[in-house]
Design a protein around this ligand. Structure first.
Ligand SMILES: [Zn+2]
Length: 62
């Protein structure tokens, strides 16, 4: 088994670990139909449109 030659400094170890703790910025895209901002590759929760087509009926939604 390999053994590390040097102890990794506190700062270096912490830096490596905190790299995964950064908050992911959510990618918001505007709906082509109503302009509502939502997640990419998802049917618009407001009007039910996706890729220029009506997927969900508006009356189905609250
Ligand atoms: Zn919409």
């Amino acid at each position: 088994m390999g053994l590390p030659k040097r102890r990794i400094s506190r700062a270096r170890g912490r830096k490596r670990r905190t790299a995964n703790m950064r908050l992911a910025v959510p990618t918001l895209v505007e709906c082509s139909n109503c302009g509502n901002r939502g997640m990419r590759h998802r049917v618009c929760p407001k009007c039910g449109f996706y890729r220029g087509k009506q997927i969900l009926k508006p009356e189905e939604m609250a």
